[in-house]
Design a protein around this ligand. Sequence first.
Ligand code: F6R
Length: 613
Amino acid sequence: MCGIVGAIARDNCVPFLIDGLKRLEYRGYDSAGLAIAQPDTHAIERARSVGRVAELEQQAGSLRARLGIAHTRWATHGVPSERNAHPHMSEGNGFTVTVVHNGIIENHDEMRRDLQASGYVFHSDTDTEVIAHLVHRHMSGGLSLLQSVQTASGQLHGAFAIALIASNTPDTLVAARKGAPLLVGIGQGEWFIASDASALITQTREMVYLEESDVICLQPTGLSVYDRKGQAAQRKSVISQLSADSVELGPYQHYMQKEIFEQSGAIAATLEMVSNASAISPQLFGAEAADVLPKVQQILILACGTSYHAASVARYWLESVAGIQTTVEIASEYRYRDSVCLPGTLVITISQSGETADTLAALEHSKTLGVEYTLSICNVPESALIRASKLKFLTRAGPEIGVASTKAFTTQLAALFTLTLVMAKLRQRLPAEHEAELLTELRHLPAAVSKVLECEPEVKQWAQRFADKHHSLFLGRGVHYPIAMEGALKLKEISYIHAEAYAAGELKHGPLALVDADMPVVAVAPNDTLIEKLKSNLQEVSARGGELFVFADRDTKMQSAPGVHVMKLLDHAGLLSPILHVIPLQLLSYHVALVKGTDVDKPRNLAKSVTVE
Ligand code: F6R
């Protein structure tokens, strides 16, 4: 959730620290801070501010040093305030230890009591401060900064990435990771660390992805890596494929807008292997898939938020096309539930970031129940989720910076549809003719996405009508019900308008009581077998004075009327329809947020990559 960066630069590291934080700001943005070490005076200088990195930049503009660490925060322990902003310090015995931290220290209460008993005084409400004092105590006992961090890492429970500097070793930066990502960027005689590759890309493309429980020591002479046993280890560097452009805004006003409009290209990239093939094959899901997928008896999909909505769409596809029993569960519920796992279950985890704590824990929980077959669908190749699964499918959406997920969702759907075809074929439910037809439809999908995006001007007009509303309903049926859920999530998270999604048939079982002229009702209305049922549900809304906003297929026989606004999209796209129908809903939430003037890319209280429970 938070972002960390650090550097030993050839000259001044502060511009990199600030630029890195700006690039990581989407991971957390309630406060920010940095600390640098001065070798001449053996002093640590620190700047912290509440709010955005731009505020910190003002404060830290005059600071200069070769060595430093920095942090952008998303509050977990303690309110957003300067005293809770990182870096946190521990001072005494003539030296100062400073730390930045991403993640959660689960045993911080117990450690805090222990450290207080040794005379340490706490100045913040954070779990992070225990790390500074713990390392300080080890150093006071005669250990080096590296040895102290190695010892402390073993004592700290939870998932974290940390970076530390100390005033008495002003040429050394020590960092460690356990359950949270951390990378080293290798420059020309300079080294950088970050929790996310996007912060490093302007400095270097050569990066080392640290392994679980690694501790590293950076000095002007180079990088040393130590594994979980404290042994010196070698880690291969990779040349990142990320381009500086992919994390720039370009001509767009917001990342969310850019990412909505990138969907055609993102889907094309994700489906490249599928589109170029003359037939569907299990190998699209990894080398072992040809052996594993034929043995699968049923599927359980685990995910959170938008990724959970992708899973919910896939359930309809997998059951109706592949005829395989599929259940979908919110990862944070599954991980704490006593559940039964039948032999032959394929557990699929879906995640944009591949670092979502609940999804990772749910996957591990399923393994403890005896699950052998696991598949992850993820957008980040080096993520923990990808490493934890037997089979994998990488969506190739490119970095998603806007907190509200858009292109990650549609590429997840493209991946899940591909899986549906693979499973259908393995189960002899996909005759060659039908396979060829569906492959052709998939190849045309990016063009259809571009076409749907042309509805933006009309959506923009509709958005005006939502700006003064406080509540809204989203309706859908069948495979489009999860699309209504996704539309409601998008609207609430970036415009702060309360939005509820219902399967349209449920309306009369309760929510209809809410409908009045102040409650806009958005309907997803594809021209599928349920359209007549949906129309009856919409009549129920009109009859109660509700104002309807209907996203219909072009071939739907629905017309605008007083209180009923109908927007015609494309002709019905069959099985791929949900992928197209979510796009106007993304645009609607984006434009409503613009009208309301909310912070589209960094909505309040949220953060990208939910690496804490
Ligand atoms: C909503 C959104 C979140 C994420 C959720 C899971 O727009 O982005 O609901 O979908 O936090 O994140 P990932 O997919 O990274 O596991």
